[in-house]
Design a protein around this ligand. Structure first.
Ligand code: HEM
Ligand SMILES: [Ca+2]
Length: 635
């Protein structure tokens, strides 16, 4: 089955037809002022700032709210609310869709296939990129205020999202998971996850969900999404981020609200961290990479202030932030995405370029970088299939020194500071294989997600994904097939073009009609497109998203436009192009000495372990500001 990526061609018309004009949510300010309306008048005033804003506003100078935190998602296809406004979709016949938990048990059982080529780093860096790009308001326990949810005429709809706590988790009763299919009481409970963030319901307009983080790939998870949060994370000395220091090592700063945030701690003295993203403590490897990104910032800040002693805190901070973001974008587009979406596909659709040491001036101010709901709520979540349930502890010579069970350590980062775990888990990221990309998902997240210490079972992430996609009323799998250039299935057999007979049979058993098959179900059982880790519909959505995220970002690191781009000299840009995930791990572990060049791939003869210092690194001396000193002074 050949697939022709559509990204550049579909972009412009989607923007016009399916993304609500920002003015609908951000009135101009001419309205009558009342205290409620005042909160709606938040059109940012853009100055010619040299650096990115924290919330992403003013990146696009014509539409300053594009990509900003606290704005609504975009859509590839209009939502399918049963009542046209906010009720979750139902089957064509008017019947309820199958229970999300049943869909999960049927399509995503735990059959373990280990990837022969890719390490856990691919999975874990994927979650970092996700936490940079989106967070649907209300999906975590820490509920932000949606103060920017306004009607067309500037009325504030809700300043707070009200989410019943029972909606958060899909808890399972204790017992054999296989018998749950017939457990009516449990199944009813599963449904309660609906009625979540129907936040932007205005009159007859369909609801649209809000994302609370900056949509750009800009390390908002490290630097925060508002100036206020950013202020809480900084030392305001030497351009550094705040740290805590224990046992001679640098850790993320300690959270004050320990038991509320780190729900699995055994004592309020345990480490529980604060970062730019509220999900930082969710699992050990995620927290580990957030720590590495923090250490990398401070490493850069230290080097820059040595080179430029005359720079003040703010200059060092912003320059270090800019380099950190540029490396992250480089690793995302040139090291990570090729493994997921295929090199040929990326070149063909303009996500990467043969730059020959030059800038790539492909910024397009007409492309809306807003995160697509189908991306955040379905396509990128497909990679929950890569998660492994047991994390190896790995020594310098890559021997396995024990392992930890994922569900023992959700929201309990203390494990990282014990023994030599930080380094052993860092090496595990680049040593242990991830799960092969299939429809099968580890039971640590389909039976034991967020399991409390004394509970036998936890929640089901795949059931949550299915149900969340209903809350967001994503268009059906069939509709997205057509959007992506496949033909509309009239019968279940028509799915056989990209789905195996076994899976088509499962879909036919679950759903009454081909149009009822949900995007999160259908796309997750497609056969993979060669050279990629996804099926054709997910490939189409992900390619479109990462295309927009690149060319809709005025500060994208390869952009060399004078005055409007990120402002790297060509020499500096070519240094940044030496960044690698391997070097990040090396430079920011406690004491990691050996690493292979391609850390996303397991060690082989052609990707051998070698000393860290042999890996390419960025020469920061290019950031020494020369013109500051008059020539006669430097002699
Ligand atoms: C151990 C690893 C992981 C755990 C425990 C985890 C858990 C979760 C949870 C609990 C949610 C919120 C579900 C909801 O209430 O709707 C979520 C959302 C999400 N996850 Fe994961 N996840 C992990 C790894 C990943 C990876 C590797 C990716 C992709 C490469 C990913 C992509 C996403 C996306 C796109 C969302 C939606 C975020 C939003 O817009 O709100 N996750 N995940
Ligand atoms: Ca971001």
């Amino acid at each position: 089955q050949s697939y022709h990526g559509k990204a550049p061609f579909i972009t412009s018309y989607i923007k016009e037809f399916f993304h609500p004009s920002p003015s609908a949510y951000f009135p101009t300010g001419n309205e009558q002022s009342s205290s409620e309306e005042a909160q709606c008048e938040i059109e940012p005033t853009c100055t010619d700032a040299k650096y990115r804003s924290y919330d992403g506003s003013c990146n696009n100078r014509i539409n300053p709210t594009w990509g900003a935190a606290q704005t609504t998602f975009a859509r590839l296809l209009p939502p399918q609310y049963a009542d046209g406004i906010s009720a979750p979709p139902v089957a064509k016949s008017g019947n309820e869709l199958p229970l999300a938990r049943v869909v999960s048990l049927t399509l995503f059982p735990d059959i373990k296939y280990i990837d022969p080529r890719f390490t856990l780093a691919v999975m874990q860096y994927g979650q970092i990129i996700t936490h940079d790009m989106d967070l649907a308001a209300g999906t975590t326990q820490s509920i932000p205020h949606a103060t920017r949810c306004c009607t067309n005429d500037g009325q504030l709809l809700s300043s707070d999202l009200i989410i019943p706590s029972s909606c958060f988790a899909i808890l399972l009763p204790e017992g054999d998971p296989q018998t749950l299919k017939s457990n009516k009481k449990c199944m009813n409970f599963v449904r309660t996850i609906t009625n979540r963030d129907r936040n932007c319901v205005s009159g007859t307009e369909p609801a649209e969900q809000i994302s609370t983080v900056s949509h750009f790939v800009d390390l908002s998870l490290v630097y925060g999404n508002t100036p206020q949060v950013n202020g809480q994370l900084r030392e305001f000395d030497g351009g550094r981020l705040l740290i805590s220091e224990r046992n001679g090592q640098v850790w993320l700063p300690q959270q004050s609200n320990v038991s509320a945030v780190c729900t699995n701690v055994q004592s309020s003295n345990e480490p529980c961290y604060l970062a730019g993203d509220v999900r930082v403590n969710q699992n050990p490897q995620l927290t580990l990479l957030q720590t590495i990104l923090l250490r990398e910032h401070n490493r850069l800040a230290y080097a820059l202030s040595q080179l430029n002693p005359h720079w003040d805190d703010e200059t060092v901070f912003q320059e270090a932030r800019k380099i950190n973001i540029a490396q992250h974008q480089h690793i995302t587009y040139y090291e990570y995405l090729p493994l997921l979406l295929g090199v040929t596909n990326l070149f063909k659709n303009g996500l990467v370029h043969h730059s020959d040491g030059d800038y790539v001036n492909d910024y397009n101010e007409n492309v809306d970088p807003t995160i697509i709901n189908e991306h955040a709520t379905s396509a990128f979540r497909f990679f929950h299939n890569l998660i492994v349930g047991f994390l190896n502890l790995v020594t310098e010579h890559r021997e396995v020194n024990g392992n930890i069970r994922l569900s023992d350590w959700f929201n309990r980062p203390a494990i990282l500071e014990e023994r030599d775990n930080f380094d052993e888990l860092t090496r595990s990221l680049s040593t242990q294989a991830q799960r092969k990309s299939t429809q099968f998902v580890d039971s640590e997240i389909t039976q034991f997600l967020f399991r409390q210490p004394k509970q036998l079972y936890g929640a089901d992430l795949k059931a949550t994904d299915i149900q969340r996609a209903r809350d967001h009323a994503l268009a059906s799998y069939n509709d997205l097939r057509v959007f992506c250039g496949l033909r509309r299935a009239r019968t279940f057999e028509d799915f056989l073009d990209v789905i195996s007979p076994e899976n088509v049979a499962k879909l036919a058993a679950l759903y009454e009609h081909p149009d009822d098959v949900e995007l999160s179900a259908g796309s997750a059982v497609e056969a993979l497109v060669p050279e990629t880790l996804v099926g054709p519909v997910n490939l189409c959505i992900l390619t479109e998203q990462f295309y927009r995220t690149r060319i809709g970002d005025r500060f994208f690191y390869e952009n060399g436009a004078p005055d409007t781009g990120p402002g790297f000299s060509l020499e500096q840009l070519n240094e940044i192009r030496k960044a690698s995930f391997a070097r990040w791990l090396c430079d920011n572990g406690n004491n990691v000495e050996l690493m292979q060049v391609r850390a996303f791939e397991v060690v082989t003869e052609s990707n051998p372990l070698g000393p860290c210092e042999n890996l390419p690194s960025i020469d920061l001396s290019l950031w020494k500001e020369k013109k500051y000193f008059p020539v006669w002074l430097t002699k």
